[in-house]
Design a protein around this ligand. Structure first.
Ligand code: GAL
Length: 429
């Protein structure tokens, strides 16, 4: 395929490679606007409408509006975790050649089909103008470069492989520490069940896929996990079969039958103590300390998902310049905001993510985020990419996994699921 997996798969890297700037020379500052334009409005499309997501976006909008007082910000956010609803609305608009001025997309293979369809502009010129190639990690710039061109501006780095819990619930159940392996999780889950506590809360399909990627990661390790996306790990091998079997057992201890409608209500069950654990990305930090006003360590706590300590299963939210954007000049200014230190340092502390830029103000990242930033920048940290959030699979491959997974979570047929995914990989590589 033209948009090769090379850059993404190379993300089976140590953090040093990705945390370092692409070059070391000094760069332009990021404050200046880009092309002058008389635009008086900008429409920005995202899925950050709910608690834990809206606050970060609002903070960045406020900074944008201060810097661009003549531009009215039209927030076209469509509610729904992981963009499941937003992506459908967006696809219709792009097909109808009715694009917003900028839209949210994950860095990685998620953007490949939009690039191939000619929906997004090459914005390498903004990188040159703003000196961004020297301000974003080299590994990240490589991962978003397609045939030498860059089509999006990353605003953050999220971590997928996290296990959230309420310390009071573990204490009540007599559990001294969260599990370090999925086998240990299953042992704890039986204890929790005997005490009337759901071991794991779960939400809609995408959260089930989010869980799946982290069970595969924990059970297979980074190299074999990365191999699932570059063809070097056989989906039908004994070890993947074993990992998928473990997934069905984990789901058996979840509240799948009464799954929450989105990620926030799934976390609410951990907060209120009806469930012990939830596997979710670190936007959960934004929600728990923000909307839920909980204190880190006492009100909520987090560890790497079992078997993934020292690994950052990453994803990155980015923004684009669609071809035919009605307010191109204002859209460029929005992209400049997304790539700026001020924008990133306004957005990320509330969003529960660390900045994509390497030169952000560390003092703004406290509690969970201080630890996350240290881990992201630690050269020993291993980096892999998320399936559920657009890094490692293109939309066609991921779409087939989504469909097969819907069936798998119901029928538990490991061989059928592995076969479907293996075929989908071959069809879409
Ligand atoms: C992810 C996105 C995050 C967060 C999450 C839940 O796909 O990258 O920023 O919004 O969905 O909606």
């Amino acid at each position: 395929m033209r948009y090769s997996r090379r850059g993404i798969v190379a993300l089976g890297l140590a953090a040093a490679l990705i945390a370092l700037p692409a070059c070391s020379s000094s760069a332009n500052d990021d404050d200046g606007g880009s092309s002058g334009s008389g635009d008086t409005e900008v429409e920005v499309f995202s899925w950050w409408a709910g608690p834990g997501e809206k606050e970060g976006l609002d903070a960045m909008i406020a900074d944008f509006t201060t810097k661009n007082s003549g531009i009215k910000f039209n927030n076209a956010a469509v509610a729904g975790g992981a963009g499941t609803n937003a992506k459908t609305v967006l696809a219709t608009r792009l097909q109808a050649k009715n694009p917003p001025d900028s839209y949210q997309v994950h860095a990685g293979l998620e953007l490949a089909s939009d690039i191939e369809a000619g929906y997004v502009e090459d914005i390498t010129y903004l990188y040159d103008q703003q000196g961004w190639k020297e301000k974003f990690p080299k590994g990240l710039v490589d991962a978003i470069t397609v045939d030498g061109k860059i089509y999006s501006v990353p605003v953050n780095i999220h971590r997928s492989n996290l296990l959230w819990f309420n310390p009071a619930t573990l204490q009540k159940a007599g559990i001294s520490a969260p599990p370090k392996t999925w086998a240990e999780f299953l042992t704890q889950a039986a204890t929790l069940k005997s005490k009337g506590i759901t071991a794991l809360s779960i939400g809609p399909g995408w959260t089930q896929e989010h869980l799946l990627e982290n069970v595969l990661l924990g059970e297979l390790g980074t190299d074999k996990y990365t191999g699932l996306w570059n063809g070097s790990t056989d989906w039908k091998s004994a070890e993947v079969t074993a990992a998928l079997t473990t997934y069905t057992k984990i789901l058996g201890f979840s509240d799948l039958k009464s799954a929450a409608a989105d990620w926030q209500p799934a976390l609410d069950k951990v907060v209120d103590g009806t469930a012990a654990y939830n596997v979710m990305g670190d936007w959960a930090d934004g929600y728990l300390k923000g909307a839920k006003a909980l204190k880190f360590k006492t009100g909520y706590d987090v560890v790497a998902t079992p078997g993934s300590e020292g690994v950052y299963n990453f994803l990155s939210d980015s923004f684009t310049l669609p071809v035919g954007a009605p307010h191109k000049g204002a859209a460029e200014k929005w992209l400049v905001e997304c790539g700026s230190t001020e924008g990133q340092d306004a957005f990320n502390p509330q969003k529960g993510s660390v900045p994509a830029r390497t030169d952000a103000d560390k003092s703004k990242y406290t509690d969970y985020l201080a630890a996350a930033l240290a881990e992201w920048q630690n050269p020993a940290t291993k980096i892999v990419g998320s399936l559920a959030h657009g890094v490692v699979a293109n939309n066609a491959f991921k779409g087939e996994i989504d469909t097969a997974l819907q069936i798998f979570v119901q029928d538990g047929n490991v061989a059928k699921f592995a076969d479907a995914v293996a075929k989908a990989y071959d069809a879409n590589k």
